[in-house]
Design a protein around this ligand. Structure first.
Ligand SMILES: Cc1cc2nc3c(=O)[nH]c(=O)nc-3n(C[C@H](O)[C@H](O)[C@H](O)COP(=O)(O)OP(=O)(O)OC[C@H]3O[C@@H](n4cnc5c(N)ncnc54)[C@H](O)[C@@H]3O)c2cc1C
Length: 283
């Protein structure tokens, strides 16, 4: 069997870049260092930078940029903070990278309803810092200080998923710029809604293939009055797994449970100078 080599034809996007330059001036850059920083860096895949990087301030600028790109058939890639791991930010066909970091406004907090509306460049740590005196928090934690827009696009999860779910469980409504530059809204703050297609869920995890997220309404949660933590060791991995299942079946309100096998315990011992038994798994 012969192996086919995939060759990707890269179009010349100079006309589109000229049109974007006229509209956005210094907000647009073609500097190679900046472009490489916006290609993918956190993966084994080679960096494939976009042709230009545009920093946007609001949804109207996103819409205008997408409209120009649509007119010239230039690919568009939104950029949150670049913590995704699977090469999503690479630009194999070239194109325009729209950097969303400056759209970092926290627009409305509804304490009583446990909801917040933010712009997509807000990071999860920034949001929790802002909420710190409300007794509420946003629980989805993918490990990196990711942007909310990037987390919507990748349907992010993390170690709190056992209790709070993933992004698909906490996004109530979105504002999106579609490929033609139209600004549309999906969902509302109301939890009870069964009307029409669930376009919000369609967008979550679509990795920017269906549009650019310009506003997100999220569910918030109360911070527990008291939080306990503990470490248990088990004779076998199976025993550890049984303990997790039993804990959930008994409705104990757990936020996260992590399994450390013998290899991970060895790494922890070496890193933190501990003396945990390296032959046992731990929860
Ligand atoms: C140490 C580490 C641990 C991690 N652990 C986890 C984990 O446990 N669970 C998990 O899910 N992920 C994990 N990740 C991956 C990463 O943090 C998530 O994928 C995160 O959601 C990416 O967000 P970002 O802002 O960095 O997005 P980016 O990397 O900038 O972009 C990711 C994708 O989202 C698109 N995008 C960005 N902004 C928008 C927007 N406004 N509108 C539309 N599309 C947009 C981009 O085009 C791209 O396709 C981890 C990463 C690291 C570095």
């Amino acid at each position: 069997m012969s192996t086919a080599k995939i060759s990707i034809a890269k179009k010349d996007h100079s006309e589109a870049i000229a049109a974007l330059q006229t509209r956005f001036g210094k907000q647009l850059t073609t500097n190679i260092t900046v472009r490489e920083q916006h290609g993918h860096t956190m993966t084994w895949l080679a960096n494939q930078p976009p042709d230009a990087v545009l920093t946007v301030q609001d949804k109207h600028e996103v819409a205008a940029a997408v409209e120009i790109c649509n007119q010239y058939q230039m690919p568009v890639i939104a950029f949150g903070i670049g913590s995704s791991l699977e090469g999503q930010l690479n630009a194999p066909y070239g194109g325009l990278c729209i950097d969303m970091h400056a759209m970092d406004g926290i627009l409305q907090v509804h304490n009583e309803d446990l909801t917040v509306t933010v712009q997509p460049g807000v990071t999860r740590e920034q949001l929790n810092h802002y909420l710190r005196d409300t007794g509420l928090f946003f629980p989805i934690d993918p490990g990196a200080n990711a942007s909310i827009g990037g987390m919507v696009a990748t349907r992010a999860s993390g170690t709190n998923a056992v209790r709070y779910g993933t992004m698909k469980d906490v996004v109530l409504a979105l504002e999106i710029v579609t490929a033609s530059g139209e600004i549309v809204r999906t969902g509302t703050r109301a939890k009870k809604s069964a009307a029409g297609y669930d376009l919000t869920r369609l967008m979550i995890g679509s990795e920017e293939t269906l549009g650019i997220v310009t506003e997100v309404t999220l569910k918030l949660f109360g911070i527990s009055e008291c939080i306990g933590s503990g470490i248990c060791h088990f004779p076998t991995i199976e025993d550890a797994c049984q303990a997790v299942m039993l804990t959930i079946q008994m409705c104990l309100p757990i936020a996260r449970i992590e399994l450390l096998d013998a290899m991970q315990i060895k790494a922890c011992n070496q890193y933190a100078n501990l003396d945990l038994d390296e032959t046992l798994p731990y929860l």
